[in-house]
Every structure is written in C-alpha cells, then in structure tokens.
Design a protein around this ligand. Structure first.
Ligand code: J2J
Length: 550
C-alpha cells in the first residue's frame, strides 16, 4: 500500500474479481500497453505539434529521458505533481513519463488560478508544480512560486518556456537530454491497481474533487472508447480541447490514439480558423469538441465555405447537451459523422455508434461503451424506475470510481449505499438502451462544458459584507449553453453591481470562467420547506424574466 492508496476507495473484491475474469482489467501498466504501439511501428509519426513531428520511437525516447530526469530530481513512485500545461508535445511526453515512473499527474485546467491550484497542490500533497512560464499574459511561474512558498510539500517547480527563474527546472531540457542510463527506471514497484492519474471533478460542492483513475481502469477506458470511435492505426486525432480533460486525454483522446498506433496532433485552441487549418494540413480523421465549439465550427464553415474538412471522419461531441437542431447540422455542414459522447471524468462514458439510426445519433447521448457498465435511473425517493422513467442516473462499472480522493464526507452523498456513483444527471433510458440527458439534479453550472460549482461561487461572493444571501444558478445561453447568474439580497443601505462582484472574485484569484455574467438583485430569496434557497424557483424566475443582457 502507498500513501495515496490510503485516500482511495477500492472496488469491492467480488467486482474486482469479475472485472479480471471478464478481461476488462488485464493487470498491465498503461505505459506498457502504449509502448506496444511504439514497438510495432517505431518510425510511424506519433505526435505532431506545429513543426515538431515525433515518431513513436522518438516520443518514447523523450518520455524515457524525462522519466530518468524526474527520477534524478528525486521524484518517486506515488508522488503527485500538479500539471497545468497548454496543448503541446511536452504535455504528452510528461504524461507518458509520469505513467512510466508511477508519478501521478493531477490534471489542472489551463484557466485555473491560485484559488484552484493552491488547493490542488495542498490536497494532493504535490511535490512539484509543472506550468508554462507565461501564457496568454499570465505569469504561471510567478504563481507557482507563490504556491511553493505556502504549500510545504512542493519542492520543485518545473517550467515550460524560455524564461526559467533560478532554482526552477527547465522542462524542455529534461525532455531533451537523453540519458541512456535507464537503470533508475527498472524495478519500480508500480501495481496496476495504483493510481495512474488524478482527474478533476466538475465539483458540486466548493472546490473540485480529485478523481483517482487506476492503470487497470483507465487502460480499459482507452480500449473501449477507442473501439467505440472506430480508431485504428490510420487515425489522426486532433487534440483541440484542453488536453488534461478526460475527453481529449482518454476518451479515446491522445492516449487512446497511441494505443491503436495512430497519430496525435496537438493544437492550443479549438478556434475554427486554426482548427480547420490543422485538420486540412494533417489530414485529421477524428477529434472531440464541446457543443459551443461545434456551433462555432458550423458558423465558420457556413460563412467561409472552406472545404477544409475532407479528411474528417468523426466529430465526437460531449461535455454538455448538444441540442437536436445543432446535432442535425453536423453531417450536412461539416461532412463528417457525429458521435455524441455523454461522459464524465468519474468514469462512465456513453456514446452513439457509427451505423446507428439518424434519430439515435441526433436525438440521444448514446449508451454505455462497456458491457460491464451498469446504469439505473432513480426517482426522488430512491426508487429504481422501470425503463423509460425520468430520474437521476446512477452507475457502477469497471472504470467508474468508487470514491473521490480523501473526501470521506462528500463520498457519503456522492455514492449510493451500495457504492454506485450518483451522477446527478437527470436522464431517460429508452427501451433501446440509449440515454437522453434531460437535465440535472446537482448544484452545478455547465458553461460550454466547463463545470462551475454553485456553492463555490456563493462562498466567494459571501466575502462581500453587504451581501445577505446569494445563490448562483445557470442562465440559459445560446452560445455557451449556460452562464453563471447570481441572485443576491442585500443588507440595508447596501448597493452592488455585477462589476463589483466580479472584481471580488477576481481578487480571490479564481478561474475566469467562474465569474458571474448576470446579476439579479432581489428583495427576497425563495426558500424551500427546509429553509434552503430554492434554486428551482430562481430558475423559473429567470425563465419568466426572459432574455437578460449579460
Ligand atoms: C449532456 N451532459 C453532458 C452530454 C457530459 C467525454 C465527454 C464529456 C466529458 C465531461 C468527459 C454530456 N450531454 N453529451 O469526461 O470523457 C455533463 C453531465 C456529466 C458531466 C461530466 C468525457 N457530456 N455532460 O463532460 O467530468 O452533467 O466530463 O455528468 O467534465 O458533464 O463532466 P466532466
């Protein structure tokens, strides 16, 4: 057992046995499975990032170099490192190097700031923070230094870029200096049940929770999602969403593409002009997008008639609900197949499949990718509903977590008494097994696929002494799906503005996507019978008010 395993809820022994017997868990380490592709065709191009093109042999050589150098720095099996990098080849090399030496990356998102990163470093007891020097005018290195000074576990700052401060380590150099002394990589005690990566939950209570993904479960996740998207060695997969997110990372994402020996293209932004250029230049066949990006791509293609997407076979869309009207335009406008993906970093992935009737591809979010996935729909009183009933989706399976990391109290609420994950998504499972996502029963705002905890926003706004009560709710938005709206009641004589509340949150150094975009000042907050703020009533109130200009 490792220090990390103390914070992990394992699968029950009978299920674990079953998952092995059925061949879902193969007791291989992720990196060993991925390396097989490298050995099969070492000269094949594995990774493209702008002008950088790495063959499989070169990719794994770099990953070995980085692994050796991380070991030299003192990193050991089970050490956690907070990773916040843009989509670039170094991100991929780092992920493989960590997998190789059993160092667990905590996959932060690019928009995260001190509020999130400090907590992640603290909660995971990270030994290192790995960030770019400066990105989009933000000095990540400086922030990392601030965090190192307050989080005692953090010993190393590993920086991507050219302006590396003294005492910090140059990530580029660690990847480049190839050492053929691989002895430090031998004999490491890594078990396939150990945690391979920590993903972040959308988080419905305060800060994001850490999702432990084991080698066994995540490798299986790669296999089933790669099969569902028809990936093979001919696949050219474009990473345009933030690569630390479960979807472009592993569903099947870049790791799933390596597993089948395909080629991965890294792009820093899904912005249509850049994405279309990359697709046509690299003959991309598969990519993943959120609905807000799909909307931009469709608008762009309609306006510009680029004809650049000839190679694109499959567009995976997920992260938030794709409305039917937009779904129906994907194939006619972009000329590729649509695969709806209703997934979660916690595990369960549902997809439509190539060859499904059009009605299924356009109107549903598909079905579980593994025969080992179990799903049920539960009503408000906890009764399991018959097929077709509308309620909250529960799930368990060979790649769905049994508990968040070091979150005993929260786990009591997030899992049923028999250990199933309570997704908080309100769904209908049709008789044909396909799932339609109808809404949600969780305190979360889904802004273009980025998940925002209502409670987190509220806690930050409560720092304002003039605020009596605050509630953050989703306001529907044509472009982003939803935005953050806050309702507040004020103490006597107090006045506030949206700008002031946004500034308050900016001072707390939170990710910008969490800032409220609409403010409603109200006299009285609607309350439920138990005296909590009635968010359902607030959402109805928003609907009655009609469009509010942000
Ligand atoms: C409606 N809601 C959806 C969909 C996710 C693939 C795709 C997405 C994610 C992801 C992911 C939805 N329609 N098609 O990890 O590998 C909402 C649900 C769900 C939550 C999970 C992947 N696809 N959602 O979005 O962990 O509410 O994962 O529970 O970020 O997003 O969010 P997240």
């Amino acid at each position: 057992s490792t220090p990390t395993s103390a914070g992990i809820v394992p699968w029950p022994a009978d299920l674990a046995t079953q998952y092995r017997e059925l061949g879902y868990w193969t007791d291989d380490l992720m990196v060993d499975a991925l390396r097989i592709s490298a050995l099969r065709d070492p000269h094949k191009i594995a990774l493209v990032d702008g002008d950088v093109r790495l063959s499989y042999a070169q990719l794994f050589e770099r990953a070995d170099a980085l692994a050796v150098n991380l070991r030299k720095l003192g990193l050991d099996v089970d050490d956690r490192v907070v990773v916040q990098l843009p989509n670039c080849w170094e991100f991929v090399v780092l992920t493989l190097a960590c997998l190789r030496i059993g160092v667990i990356p905590v996959m932060a998102l690019p928009a995260h700031r001190r509020h999130e990163l400090e907590y992640l470093a603290e909660h995971s007891e990270a030994v290192a923070i790995i960030v770019p020097d400066v990105l989009r005018d933000f000095d990540h290195q400086e922030l990392a230094e601030v965090i190192r000074d307050v989080v005692p576990s953090v010993k190393h700052l590993i920086i991507l870029g050219s302006d590396i401060h003294e005492g910090n380590v140059d990530l580029g150099a660690l990847c480049a200096e190839y050492s053929d002394d691989l002895s430090t990589l031998e004999g490491l005690q890594i078990s396939p049940d150990d945690i391979a990566v920590f993903l972040l939950s959308g988080g419905t209570t305060g800060l994001p929770k850490l999702i432990p993904r084991s080698h066994n479960d995540y490798l299986y996740n790669l296999k089933v999602t790669a099969a569902a998207a028809n990936l093979d060695a001919e696949t050219v997969y474009l990473v345009a969403l933030p690569a630390g997110h479960n979807f472009p990372l592993a569903c099947p994402g870049f790791l799933g593409t390596f597993l089948v020996g395909g080629t991965v293209v890294m792009l820093r932004t899904p912005e249509p002009r850049k994405a279309f250029d990359a697709i046509s230049r690299e003959k991309v066949t598969h990519t993943a997008a959120v609905p807000a990006v799909v909307q931009q791509w469709i608008d762009f293609e309609v306006a510009e008639n680029t004809g650049q997407l000839g190679s694109l076979k499959v567009l995976q869309v997920g992260g938030s609900r794709l409305v039917d009207e937009l779904a129906a335009r994907v194939t006619p406008v972009l000329g590729c197949e649509l695969q709806q993906v209703f997934g979660m970093a916690e595990g369960l992935i549902n997809t439509t499949l190539s060859g499904d009737p059009e009605e299924v591809i356009i109107g549903t979010q598909g079905r579980p990718v593994s025969p080992g996935d179990e799903v049920r729909v539960v009503d408000e009183d906890g009764n399991i509903l018959p097929t077709g009933g509308r309620g909250v989706l529960h799930t368990q399976g060979p790649y769905t977590l049994r508990g968040y990391y070091r979150a005993e109290e929260h786990n009591k609420r997030a899992f049923s008494s028999d250990g199933w994950y309570i997704t908080g998504d309100i769904v209908i499972i049709r008789p044909d097994g396909n799932i339609v996502v109808e809404g949600r029963d969780k305190d979360l705002i889904n802004r273009a696929g980025e998940k925002i905890s209502g409670e987190e926003v509220e806690n930050l706004i409560y720092r304002h002494p003039g605020i009596e009560m605050v509630a953050a709710v989703a306001i529907p938005d044509a472009k982003l799906g939803e935005r953050v709206c806050v309702y507040v009641t004020l103490r006597e004589g107090v006045h506030t503005t949206l700008e002031e509340l946004r500034d308050l949150m900016k001072e707390a150094n939170v990710a910008a996507y969490k800032l409220p975009e609409v403010l409603v000042v109200t006299e009285k907050m609607p309350l439920t019978k138990v005296g909590k703020i009635d968010k359902k009533a607030l959402r109805e109130d928003l609907a009655r008010r009609g469009p509010i200009a942000p």
